[in-house]
Design a protein around this ligand. Sequence first.
Ligand SMILES: Cc1ncc(COP(=O)(O)O)c(C=O)c1O
Length: 401
Amino acid sequence: MADFTKVRTDFPALTDDSAYLDSAATAQKPETVLKAMDGFYRERYAPVSRGKYAATEAATAEYRAAREAVASFIGASDASEIVFTQNATASIDLVARCWAMANLGKGDSILLTEMEHHSNFVPWRLLAEARGLELRLAKIDGHGTLDINDFKRKLPGAKLVAVTHASNVLGTINPVTKLAALAHEAGAKLLVDGAQAVPGLPVDVGKLGADWYAFSGHKAYGPTGIGVLWTRREVYREMTPAFGGGGTVGKVTSKSTTFLDPPAKFEAGTPPVAEAIGLAAALEYLEKIGMGNVRSHAESITTRALETLQGIDGVTVLGPPDAKDRVGLVTFLLDGVHPGDLAVSLDHDGVAIRSEQQCTQPLHQALGLEASARASFGIYTDESDIDRLHRSLLSAKKTLV
Ligand SMILES: Cc1ncc(COP(=O)(O)O)c(C=O)c1O
């Protein structure tokens, strides 16, 4: 088991007089990520895939190695299956523009779930309006788990299924392998939003059976400004480029353009090289700890948080009751207190939590909630953070209720 007290000291922005409980929004960065990016900018900075001199060739090799590191981290069979984007949102939008625009038309359906983040909802809503598609939403049950019977009922006729691997509000881990098998049996493709899963669960895209997998670097302890889209080569062949420009093309004349093979075909313009290097450093850091250990740590912190929150009279916790079925976050309500007021009150005690609708308005509508509060955990979160949350909630209850 990794020494998680040591892990905390690797994150320079963390202090002992506050509790950062908003890692599901964005994770703090370990020193190794900062050093990798700083070193590239200070010592080795050069353009990639553009020139013939030594510095650019070295930078290109470093960028290529970053892509290979990402591929290996998620179990992709080849680095060419990894397209770098800006974030998970851009990865999902890329599938909407590059695959769905070309392959879905009037009368076709897309199946989502009620627990999708706006980033896996709005691109499909826009497309549905532009193309006359039907959007279906599979329901969640009373524990915040996907209602698999409702999913099966709504699946026939859908050409695309887009689901989150793990909910950013309920914490629920969805049975992606099973959903992939069901989608494929019904003749649909499956896109998985891995934004909340990659930072905390061992992910192997080779085994999941999905057609696309999207995630963000910044939630996985890497920098902002970089995201990942994975798919297999044969699926890339069904995708047309959404953005044209330098880096994507083979031959360009005044009359025609040929495109390079993926990933270049989908990476228009100068890419986020330092960010790719930073992301590779973050994933290497996670691998050193071991994703099994990362997962155990999340389960143990989540168990403690669930017990602590459920022990406070007036607090309601959303999502599956067992930490084994969830990623490292807990969304909750305190009777009589608006989640936004609660977040402000906790902030006075140095406790940072998320509030409002957490980019999931359809989910909040389904739950009949105006807003909610969420504490989310990273590999650096420890028991003292949960104790601080506990003390601060008790004091908020005294002053706000
Ligand atoms: C489940 C889920 N999907 C997608 C996103 C979007 O991530 P990003 O803003 O990095 O694109 C988030 C961010 O919170 C998320 O939680």
